[in-house]
Structures are given as structure tokens and as C-alpha cells.
Design a protein around this ligand. Structure first.
Ligand code: ZN
Length: 365
């Protein structure tokens, strides 16, 4: 009898607690049903729930590997963590050397496909791979939006209806070189390769005459010959941005291309020009009166393609240097300007701004 009892205990131990589970399950079932009252909690609408920050996002293999590369470069330049693996990336095409060209989106993309697209901001960094501070700057923008969207810093209510797409490293092949270069892996200046109307006639001619065939400014064998150019053109086609911010260095200016608010004869949307001007002035004011300068656009440049030919207000923020050590300073200086630029609705009614009385240096086109 004792032997049978010991065997029973042994068997029940072997089968884990299955037996006890069954017993408790049985007990559970025999309980009379308890009526659960629904508790309704009235959550005030304005309080944003704090969502966890920096959760691991599943990435495809290529992007996952790429994120390791990004993280290593961040360490190399002393920029802290990139949080690359905690960001929801999109990726369609690759660079010449095989790195994924990535971007991230905040807001609903679906609404942009309707007949009346929303106000939309496209932000591009790292078009020239040797301008490295802009790349960190785009990650700072992404980190900022993540914090706002997840309720860790205020601003969620006003940002939640906005659509923003950010491509932080447009030309990775040059950024990841031991010595980063302006041109991409095929030796092309991506910001001279956009398919503008004047490209065939002027791009190569001007490059030879004005720039004496400077290799750093080679516009490519033909317009739109580069993956990085396709990438940007497709982002513009896909999202139909109402404004574009592109970050470069080191010219220390804020440049604008788009509907001409200096001209008496604005063409296109009559609201667009004063609205675009308002944002230009606002961005400068919010960054301690950063210098606004009308830098000329070129055959094949983004300012020409998007601003001049497509009437999309395009803001080029040229940071003061490419010095990796200045990244915190630049983000502190321009954070407010970038945040307000994203919020600035390009389609809202604005009081038509008066023409600037002095045009002076602003006529260098
Ligand atoms: Zn540049």
C-alpha cells in the first residue's frame, strides 16, 4: 500500500502540476458564476497616456543589420545612441553599395491618398554624406517626435494630426565611408541630379564652365541616374508634401525656394506664398534670428525641382559646421523652429503679408 502511495506521488510530480491544475480547474468550474460589473472610468481627453519609449521594433534583416552600422557610426562620432532599432522604418530601394534607403513616417499615410491631402512635412538629411551633423540632426528630430507622440514631452494634441516623413541618411554610401564624401558611391552630387527642366541643357555645361568640372559637384551622366535621387523623387510623389525641409552644412543660412513672395505675380495657390514666407521668418526668429539668404538654385537641385518647378515651399537649413561635436548645440538652437515648422499649416488662411520693402540681396536667383 505504502509503495502504491509513493508511486502515486512520484507520478504526480513527474507530470508537473497537471493533476493539481485539473483539480483547481474543476474547483473553479463548480463555483457559482459571479456577475462582473463593468467599471467605467472617465478619462479626461487631454491627458496623453505615457506609452513606453524605445520599444524594440521588429525590423527586416537588411534594416536590422544597417541599424548596427548606424549605431556603430553614432558611437564613433560621440553622438550617444541612435535608437535605430526602436524606430519604425520604411524601405523600398537600396543604395549603389547595397545599404537600404530608409525613412520613417508619423501620422496617417492613408489620408494623404485622398483628393484633399493634409498638410505634410518631408524632412531630408544626409543628402551630402560628408555633412554629418545634419544626419544626427534628423535623428534628433525623430527622437523628439517619438517623445511627443508617446506623451513623454508635451505637444501630443497638436502633433497627432500631422503627417511627417523623415529620411535621415539619404546618401549612406558617402556617410559610411572612412572619410565621408559629398558625392555618392558613383561620384555624383545627388543634389544636382534631380530631373529639372534645365538639366539636359545646362547641368553638364554649367558644371564644366562655372565649376571647372569640380568632381564634388558632378551632376551625373544623366538626370535621375542615381538611386538616392529616385528615393527623394518618389518620397515627394508618394507624400505630396506641402513643405520640405532639407538639412545641410556649413553655409550658416536658411534658404527658401518655392512660390515667389517677392514677385507681384504669384502663380498657383494665392495662399501659399504669404504662408511660406511667414514660416521662413518664423523659423529664423525661433533660432535666434538665423540668417535668411536667398541662395541660387541649380540645374538638378532639390530647390529647383520641388520649390521652383513644383511650387512646394522648400526650406534648406544649412547648419554652421559639419563638426560632429556640435550636434547638441545645433539641436538646441533649431529645435523650436523645426517643431513649429511641422505644425505650421501651409494651407491655412493667413493675413497676406506685405512685400519686404528692401529686396537687396534677396534677388540672386
Ligand atoms: Zn550639402
Amino acid at each position: 500500500m505504502t509503495r502504491v502511495f509513493i508511486t502515486l506521488i512520484f507520478v504526480s510530480l513527474l507530470s508537473g502540476c497537471a493533476l493539481f491544475d485539473k483539480i483547481s480547474y474543476f474547483k473553479e468550474e463548480t463555483k457559482p458564476p459571479v456577475e462582473v460589473k463593468k467599471i467605467v472610468v472617465d478619462i479626461p481627453k487631454k491627458i496623453t497616456p505615457k506609452l513606453p519609449l524605445w520599444e524594440k521594433i521588429p525590423q527586416n534583416k537588411v534594416v536590422d543589420k544597417y541599424c548596427d552600422k548606424v549605431e556603430a557610426k553614432f558611437r564613433h562620432w560621440g553622438w550617444g545612441r541612435s535608437r535605430c532599432k526602436n524606430i519604425k522604418w520604411k524601405n523600398v530601394r537600396k543604395s549603389f553599395l547595397g545599404d537600404p534607403l530608409i525613412w520613417t513616417v508619423y501620422g496617417s499615410e492613408e489620408l494623404q491618398k485622398t483628393a484633399t491631402p493634409k498638410d505634410m512635412t518631408l524632412i531630408l538629411c544626409g543628402v551630402h554624406g560628408d555633412e554629418i551633423t545634419p544626419i544626427k540632426f534628423c535623428f534628433d528630430i525623430i527622437h523628439h517626435i517619438e517623445r511627443v507622440m508617446k506623451g513623454h514631452i508635451p505637444g501630443h494634441e497638436e502633433l497627432k494630426d500631422k503627417l511627417v516623413a523623415i529620411a535621415p541618411i539619404v546618401t549612406p554610401d558617402s556617410f559610411f565611408k572612412r572619410r565621408p564624401t559629398r558625392t555618392n558611391a558613383r561620384g555624383v552630387d545627388v543634389n544636382r541630379n534631380f530631373p529639372t527642366k534645365d538639366w539636359n541643357k545646362d547641368a553638364i555645361r554649367l558644371w564644366k564652365s562655372r565649376y571647372r568640372s569640380d568632381k564634388r559637384r558632378y551632376p551625373g551622366p544623366k538626370a535621375l541616374s542615381e538611386q538616392e535621387t529616385y528615393f527623394q523623387v518618389n518620397l515627394i510623389k508618394r507624400y505630396r508634401p506641402t513643405k520640405i525641409i532639407t538639412v545641410h552644412a556649413p553655409l550658416t543660412i536658411l534658404d527658401y525656394d518655392g512660390p515667389d513672395f517677392r514677385s507681384e505675380h504669384n502663380h498657383g495657390d494665392p495662399l501659399l506664398a504669404p504662408n511660406a514666407q511667414e514660416l521662413l521668418v518664423q523659423m529664423s526668429k525661433m533660432s535666434n534670428d538665423y540668417k535668411i539668404k536667398n541662395y541660387p538654385f541649380f540645374p538638378g537641385s532639390l530647390g529647383n525641382y520641388a520649390g521652383n518647378e513644383r511650387n512646394i515651399p522648400t526650406y534648406t537649413l544649412e547648419l554652421p559646421t559639419s563638426d560632429n561635436r556640435n550636434h547638441k548645440k545645433y539641436w538646441a538652437k533649431f529645435k523650436k523652429a523645426i517643431h513649429s515648422a511641422i505644425l505650421h499649416d501651409m494651407k491655412k488662411e493667413v493675413e497676406v503679408a506685405k512685400r519686404p520693402s528692401k529686396e537687396g540681396e534677396n534677388t540672386t536667383h
